[in-house]
Write a protein that binds this ligand. Structure first.
Ligand SMILES: [Zn+2]
Length: 402
């Protein structure tokens, strides 16, 4: 019984023992819906989970959410194109303050782990050191070919020497190696722009050197040509992956290559085409791309491709925090079941990235988010995280009664 509940949940920092009673929870793998459960945390570690007849204080718990693909230095809510391009010349101080706001928005959604996907200003590395309670994985700069897409987030590499030098630099500071393998999608043409940025030999070298340094690779990659190359080179995670095919998905399932489908940026442009002045043909292309993506994600879940949720927040119209939850709804629209959806944003990315588990199991460091209802009953509950906790502190403090 949490008699001092109000005081407990509103303390920002606390390392003493706490007891939480929840009606149900998802432990990272499985749904436990036969509560109430009484979870005791000692010095930040879950020391026991018992089914007891306690008063229910929260309705649902699960491991803290993971955002697998975002650009922390970019404000996705800035919709004026002139301001977006002017911002790329902003001071570091301004970018850091935008980054901090984005972290706060992420915390508000129940996120406790963020994998940034690149910026050329190194703001992601700086935010990692001042992460306000969440954990940030930062690639620093991504890698791209000279004069190709990705100038805001990547350094140019061309020769073998360039690649070796860039990876030696990145290896010191980066948690993962981000590769810009293909161009952006030309929505007016409904296709990926240009050929892949690297050939098989160069890409293999990047992957091999990264792995030698103990780093995983994730590639911005859409279209059959780039996807085929990424799989042949042994890339660990496909980011975006538009124009996916069954053949590619089968290889991904076999090799257990992750897929982060990032519906959100395309969905925004389809939903509000007037913002960028898209005509009917382009809107039709956007819809067709989204519909195909939904079918491929369903197929991926079906054949065992490890889906991972990431929103590409920071992109045009894609807000940090909220967009990750939107992404979970896109998975649901594709027909992915709720346990699999929650895995894609909790246990799976932590496991695939070799990070500490946050599963709600005895002996695990408490890292969780609480909601006012169970998403197994109604996914809308995911829209309002009521508390989150990590490293012995409430990050999103519980406010008031449920
Ligand atoms: Zn991105």
């Amino acid at each position: 019984m949490l008699s001092g509940r109000y005081a407990v949940f509103t303390s920002y920092k606390m390392m003493e023992n706490i007891k939480i009673t929840t009606g149900s929870y998802f432990d990272g793998e499985k749904y436990h819906n036969d509560g109430p459960y009484h979870i005791v945390i000692n010095d930040g570690v879950i020391s026991s989970i018992e089914r007891k007849n306690y008063q229910i204080n929260v309705a649902f718990l699960m491991p803290g959410l993971v955002e697998a693909h975002c650009h922390l230095f970019l404000d996705g809510g800035e919709l004026e194109l002139s301001k977006r391009s002017a911002y790329l010349k902003a001071s570091q101080e301004e970018m850091l303050s935008v980054g901090h706001k984005n972290i706060q928005q992420s915390i508000g959604a129940g996120i406790t782990l963020i994998r940034d996907a690149g910026d050329k200003y190194g703001v992601n590395h700086m935010l990692r050191n001042d992460a306000q309670g969440v954990v940030i994985r930062s690639p620093g700069l991504a890698l791209r070919s000279p004069k190709r897409y990705g100038s805001f987030m990547a350094r140019e590499v061309e020769s073998e020497d360039d690649i070796r030098a860039a990876l030696s630099k990145n290896a010191v500071m980066s948690d993962d190696i981000k590769i810009i393998l293909t161009g952006i999608i030309d929505f007016e043409a409904g296709a990926v722009k240009g050929h892949p940025q690297f050939d098989l030999e160069a890409l293999k070298l990047i992957v091999q050197l990264s792995h030698e340094k103990g780093l995983k690779t994730y590639a911005h990659c859409s279209g059959e040509e780039g996807l085929t190359l990424a799989l042949a080179a042994g890339v660990d995670s496909i980011e975006h992956g538009f124009f996916m095919s069954r053949n590619i998905l089968e290889q991904m399932a076999e090799k257990q290559v992750a897929w982060v489908p990032t519906f959100s940026p395309v969905h925004f442009q389809w939903q509000q085409p007037e913002m960028l002045g898209w005509d009917d043909t382009t809107v039709g292309n956007l819809r067709r791309i989204l519909d195909e993506h939904l079918l491929r994600v369903a197929m991926a879940a079906d054949i065992g491709v490890p889906l991972v949720a990431g929103s590409d927040a920071g992109s045009y119209g894609v807000n940090h925090g909220k967009a990750l939850i939107d992404e979970l709804f896109h998975f649901a629209e594709a027909g992915v079941n709720i346990a699999e959806i929650l895995r894609s944003a909790t246990s799976r990315p932590r496991h695939m990235w070799g990070m500490k588990s946050a599963d709600i199991k005895v002996g695990v460091c408490a890292d969780f988010v609480a909601f006012g209802g169970s998403p197994f009953d109604d996914m809308a509950s995911l829209r309002k995280a009521v508390a989150s906790y990590r490293n012995g502190s409430f990050m999103l403090p519980f406010e008031g009664e449920l």
